[in-house]
Design a binder for this molecule. Structure first.
Ligand SMILES: Nc1ncnc2c1ncn2[C@@H]1O[C@H](COP(=O)(O)OP(=O)(O)OP(=O)(O)O)[C@@H](O)[C@H]1O
Ligand SMILES: NC(=O)c1ccc[n+]([C@@H]2O[C@H](CO)[C@@H](O)[C@H]2O)c1
Ligand SMILES: [Mg+2]
Length: 195
């Protein structure tokens, strides 16, 4: 069976951390990181807020991300091989794809493709604190978090909820281990129920 798991949610919720633990423990598991689909800096518009609009869906080449997902779906075995993932002989009918990123559920052509949709959140103060310790390819200019990142997070989350997208919320304040075991168990149960 083919399973697509979304590890979505707010910036610095812990998506990449959780994803890398899952990848190590699941058989035939590939990953696609949404952050790999950011457009080049000169194609990012400056908004009315005065900031480059990095946290808008338009900052991402979502068509390219969708094509990558479709390539996996057409031939997960070939995709795994091309990405250096060895196919486990005992689980060769099981193929898992993790999509990881901050706007996974806001692009309509992808939203129905997920088998499981997770959404990591942490409180505003924690998010701002974690973000202040990070260095992105393009460093955050002063005021970006309150002026752009947080308002855009709220906007997309409101839209997702208004659209009735069903997600499983994960409390990003839990320990890395607890989050990992919770999601791993869900996926393992899903695989068992289909075997
Ligand atoms: N469960 C956790 N508890 C405490 N800190 C965590 C937890 N998970 C991740 N972190 C820390 O929080 C920060 C953000 O984690 P991570 O890079 O996984 O988040 P992200 O959601 O992928 O963020 P980004 O928006 O940059 O993609 C890192 O410093 C990481 O070590
Ligand atoms: N990866 C990048 O090119 C990049 C550039 C500028 C900002 N970001 C930030 O990444 C986060 C998602 O992981 C978003 O909140 C962007 O602000 C990424
Ligand atoms: Mg990340």
């Amino acid at each position: 069976m083919k399973v697509i798991v979304g590890i979505g949610g707010m910036t610095n919720g812990g998506k990449t951390t959780l994803t890398s633990s899952l990848l190590k423990s699941l058989p035939n598991c590939c990953v696609i990181h949404q952050d790999d689909f950011f457009k080049p800096q000169d194609q990012i518009a400056v908004g009315e807020d005065g900031f480059k609009q990095w946290d808008a869906l338009e900052a991402l080449d979502m068509e390219a991300m969708l094509s990558t997902v479709q390539a996996w779906a057409r031939s997960p075995r070939k995709f795994a091989r091309a990405h250096g993932v060895s196919v486990h002989p005992d689980a060769s009918d099981t193929h898992i794809l993790i999509l990881e990123g901050f706007l996974l559920y806001s692009y309509k052509p992808l939203v129905d493709l997920y088998t499981l949709r997770y959404f990591l959140t942490v409180p505003y103060e924690e998010c701002k604190q974690r973000r202040s310790t990070r260095s992105y390819m393009v460093p955050d200019p002063p005021g970006l978090f309150d002026g752009h990142v947080w308002p855009m997070y709220q906007k997309y989350r409101r839209e997702m909820e208004a659209d009735g997208v069903e997600v499983v919320y994960l409390d990003g304040m839990k320990s890395r281990e607890e989050l990992f075991h919770q999601v791993l168990e869900d996926i393992q149960n899903l695989l068992l129920n289909h075997s």
